[in-house]
Design a protein around this ligand. Sequence first.
Ligand SMILES: [Zn+2]
Length: 420
Amino acid sequence: MTEKLITNVSILDGTGTEPFAGHVHVRGNRIVAVGRDIAPDATDAEIVDGGGATLMPGLIDSHAHLSFLDAPNLEDINSLSAERHTLETVKNARKLLDHGYTAMFSGSSARDDLEVAIRDAINAGDIPGPRLKAATRQMTVTGGFGDIGLDDAYSLVLDGPDAFRAACRKAARAGVDVFKIVPSAPGSGPDPLAEDTAMSDDEVAAVCEVARQRNRMVAAHARSAEAVKMCVRNGVQMVYHATLADEEAKDMLEAAKDEVFVAPAMGLPYGRLTEGEKYGVSTSDYVRARAEKEIEVVSETMADLRKRGIRVLPGGDYGFKWNPHGRNARDLQMFVDLFGFSPLEAIQAATEAGGELMGLAGELGVITEGALADILLVDGDPSKDIAILQDPDRFLAIMKDGEFNKPFRGGSSQQQVAAE
Ligand SMILES: [Zn+2]
């Protein structure tokens, strides 16, 4: 079994603890020791001198779409052949790992079996990529969000509990980890944020029933207050957006906070406003105003949910032209700038809490004895400047499951000076 002793690092352990100087001992795919003292010199382990870099857990994204190919719109998500689509998704898996993401929880696959195939190829060591919770296509209802009237669409259109039950059973048979549903849909009327509740309670209940029977998870696009409540009532574990959550919805989330996660997934409106031009996407005044309003409303909601102790996780629908893969760590910046998280809290949400979402509480997303060795060596201190995590050049090394996917390439001269 290979052993590595990573010395001379500032450890940011993912639990919210302030960084501390020390060393980390990795054997096989596990962290076997985390020391605050001087590293032992009598060891058979390969010594990696971190040169004063920050050592932290790999990042975890809670709302990923690895098989969305930076599409300009929903109609184009499945514009390639399934074969080409799969090959392009392989590239995204590598790209995300190169950007420090060692685990991702999917917010839906573009094609039924695509993410399962990618996950299995990653786990077999055939292709590089993050640990992946593979999802279904998003399951919506006739006329619901994502029903775009195409046969080969990124959504599966179903009506009635029996249809949802059958689709979930089929997905479980295919090896999917996450059932993705779309309980809410854009509303009509003058309020640009108005949202309808499009799925019925018995449909959501049917999905959650199969999930319990087959030990799967359920993730939901839930923007209306009623959609959020429907999710909590029925045991959905991952509530996306929660845009219009009212007091009752927030109380219900709080009462279920040990079971439920929330991800605002604001990458799309935020990306449009801040980086749309850079990616050649024009934005009308109406869309701009709606995005601004959404950011305002969601920021207030997420700040409240955070205070209530609900696990709010970064992950923001990356995979569109104006919100492309690789920009994912911008979500942590939004947590700090908009939702009142400290950088340490944002990092904890993207690591320790992400590990809980991945079903590996205390084993993934933390630098502690016994944890899985998903480790980043970072040039600089992200607990001081969260923006560092958006620059892949700052990752001096990326380890997943005990193996360096990006071999250590030494610290910057600045760090070496600091370390002396
Ligand atoms: Zn999404």
